[in-house]
Design a binder for this molecule. Structure first.
Ligand code: NAD
Ligand code: UFG
Length: 333
């Protein structure tokens, strides 16, 4: 298949591009490089032997988006592009609504115009808000606690309405849990700008001595050790979830899947595993809870297994090892 990957130089998009190419798909990447670098394209070539075509595209711009479709006939689009920092979205809500909604609408309008109606969208477990219980199934109630999450929920609804209006569309909404880790080669991974917000990139910087210590946000949650529990998923497993959705979802309609492992680990579980696997120290201090955090967020991934034949293969140790390996490789270069 010829697949347009928006946000394809980013963290999850680049790993997905690799897995798509490895299975013989033709990948075309469009990204505005607001949170990634163009040299990721060369890294993808180093891993796969194939250099994907790259467009520097601002997806909120209709002409730039249309150029992609004028020059290529796509079988499907995987839409990763978007802004994703929860804290920043609270400070700059209009920027988030404009970027994430406008790009998603223009993309779908352009797809319709050029007769491409197969779309896979990056959603998030954030659309479950504060779940009443775990593990979370796809039919749990939806709500959000921050503008970033609201953009994800709004886009899910926009695409669902689109399918209702035009049943030829085939839309898959993939709700990711907590992606971590990096490609086995160490050539691509997560490179957050500045001080990271998320746990694993923060741990990596502390272990590397670039940050002094980790703040563990609260140890009084109703979890096995009091610290927050999440469903961490290796980014390559997540990428393979997209490949499965692309290959298996044949019927038109809206299809929703959780992409997670089904296992929850606490903050301290992650710190201990990271220290053990990589032989490094991660000094930490317990601080107050982070506003907006929930105690536990764990997927029930049964639907993705039953319908897509997809399940995760990487364990916690491999996730910790590959996150560190990526940093070591970056330091070599
Ligand atoms: P990322 O920031 O690494 O990748 C997103 C890419 O989109 C970046 O390369 C950025 O430059 C590009 N982009 C942003 N706005 C654009 C625009 N208007 N036009 C063109 N390109 C644009 O993020 P990621 O972690 O790879 O996330 C990919 C998707 O998955 C995002 O939609 C994110 O919201 C979603 N998601 C991520 C997580 C996570 O924890 N990483 C969890 C759930 C959902
Ligand atoms: N945490 C710390 N210290 C830190 C960073 C995080 O203790 O410095 C804790 C948090 O309190 C939480 C856990 O580590 O218990 C995970 O936090 P992250 O910030 O890594 O991830 P979140 O679960 O808060 O959110 C992430 C993405 C969201 C996405 C969500 C579900 O940031 O965009 O996963 O996919 F919606």
């Amino acid at each position: 298949m010829r697949v347009l990957v928006t946000g394809g130089t980013g963290y999850i998009g680049s790993h997905t591009a690799v897995e798509l190419i490895k299975r013989g798909n033709e990948v075309i990447i469009a990204d505005n490089l607001s949170n990634s670098q163009e040299n990721v394209i060369d890294k993808i070539k180093e891993i796969t032997g194939v250099k994907p075509k790259f467009y520097l595209t601002e997806l909120t711009n209709r002409e730039e988006t249309e150029k992609l479709f004028k020059e290529n006939k796509f079988d499907a689009v995987i839409h990763f592009a978007g802004l994703k920092a929860v804290g920043e979205s609270c400070l700059k809500p209009l920027m988030y609504y404009n970027n994430n909604l406008t790009s998603s609408i223009i993309l779908a309008e352009t797809m319709a115009k050029y007769g491409c109606k197969k779309l896979i969208f990056s959603s998030s477990a954030t659309v479950y808000g504060e779940p009443e219980r775990v593990p979370i199934k796809e039919d749990f109630p939806l709500s959000t606690t921050n503008p970033y999450g609201t953009t994800k929920l709004m886009i899910e609804r926009i695409y669902t309405d689109l399918v209702k209006a035009d049943p030829e569309w085939n839309v898959t909404l993939l709700r990711y849990f907590n992606p971590i880790g990096a490609h086995d080669s160490g050539l691509i991974g997560e490179k957050p700008n500045g001080i990271p917000n998320n746990l694993m990139p923060y741990i990596v910087k502390v272990a590397a001595g670039e940050l002094y210590q980790l703040s563990v946000f609260g140890n009084d949650y109703p979890t096995h050790d009091g610290t927050g529990v999440r469903d961490y998923i290796h980014v390559t497993d997540l990428a393979l979830g997209h490949v499965a959705a692309l290959e298996k979802v044949a019927e038109s309609g809206v299809h929703v899947y959780n992409l997670g492992t089904g296992t929850g680990y606490s903050v301290l579980d992650i710190v201990k595993a990271f220290e053990k696997v990589n032989g490094v120290k991660v000094p930490y201090v317990i601080t107050n809870r982070r506003p907006g955090d929930i105690p536990e967020c764990v997927a029930d991934p049964t639907k993705a297994y039953e319908e897509l034949g997809w399940k995760t293969v990487y364990g916690l140790e491999e996730m910790c090892r590959s996150s560190w390996h990526f940093l070591e490789k970056m330091r070599e270069n």
